[in-house]
Design a protein around this ligand. Structure first.
Ligand code: B1M
Length: 217
């Protein structure tokens, strides 16, 4: 059988929108799971792009184009991804921290949380601590704030935002979860976040544990 996931990864690196669209549709029709296409196709492709960028064989414009292809693939896969319905609704704010424009991982976390039944308000990218605080005013029923960072250089903004959110919500009624490629569990603990997750699937588990501690095994 054709190796659709490998082909999708390669198409994210060097293909175009039509090729991605055709390939994803053919793969789904052939019975390849959306989950496999996402992880072994889209994520793998972006990983290769990152490696090529690091060894100077790809440029920022190439990374940008690949991210567009990844978003196209994700939009086609979204309806097929498993809905892990949750009874209780819970307001979540999410954003990529100040100075950081990466949103693919953040969008995936938002999507998985929505599939899991959370009411997600996506504040976008380059979100300052002040923007997060303003959003908390606007959505007073918020129970969880999620911060994403992809650049080592923006991790300090993550720390600053956590400190300001903590100062505003000292009673612990609002939990904070952080994540993103350079973020580790140790870093999360050191800045006082309540939770950390390595990927979008784990983010749902952590969000549930933080918002509904009595309901998780
Ligand atoms: Co950028 N970039 N980029 N980039 N980019 C990286 C991150 C980099 C690792 C590439 C490299 O050098 N190998 C490097 C960062 C190095 C570092 O600081 N550690 C880098 C750089 C240097 C830059 C620029 C500075 C380049 C330049 O201009 N010279 C620049 C910075 C711009 C800025 O933000 N101010 C830049 C720009 C860009 C583009 C705009 C071109 C584009 C982003 C487009 C977009 O997002 N709309 C881009 C891209 C595409 C990448 C790579 C190739 C792919 C990132 C991605 O989407 N990955 C990336 C290399 C790589 O990752 N290998 C790279 C796929 C995504 C699904 O993974 O985002 O990690 P990720 O999310 C995961 C987990 O991390 C986790 O769950 C997600 C899904 O499982 N997660 C969370 C994420 N957030 C979470 C939050 C949570 C929990 C889990 O809870 C709240």
């Amino acid at each position: 059988m054709e190796n659709f996931t490998e082909k999708l990864a390669q198409t994210i690196v060097e293909g175009d929108v039509q090729q991605v669209t055709r390939l994803v549709k053919r793969a789904l029709a052939a019975g390849v799971s959306a989950d496999d296409l996402l992880h072994q196709g889209v994520f793998r492709g972006l990983e290769i792009v990152g490696q090529h960028f690091q060894d100077n064989t790809l440029f920022v414009s190439d990374m940008l184009y690949s991210s567009k292809l990844a978003k196209k693939a994700i939009s086609l896969l979204r309806p097929q991804l498993k809905n892990q319905g949750l009874q209780s609704r819970c307001r979540v704010l999410i954003g990529t921290v100040q100075g950081d424009l990466h949103d693919i991982g953040k969008d995936l976390v938002a999507m998985v949380l929505r599939l899991g039944g959370f009411d997600v308000v996506d504040l976008g990218v380059d979100v300052s601590a002040g923007d997060f605080l303003e959003a908390l005013e606007k959505y007073p029923d918020t129970r969880l704030v999620c911060l994403s960072a992809l650049l080592t250089a923006t991790m300090s903004h993550m720390a600053d935002t956590v400190a300001k959110l903590r100062a505003r919500c000292a009673d612990g009624s609002v939990k904070i979860m952080v994540g993103g490629a350079p973020v580790t569990a140790q870093f999360a603990a050191s800045i006082g976040a309540d939770g950390y997750s390595e990927d979008a699937v784990e983010a749902l588990e952590v969000a549930r544990a933080l918002c509904f501690p009595g309901e998780t095994a």
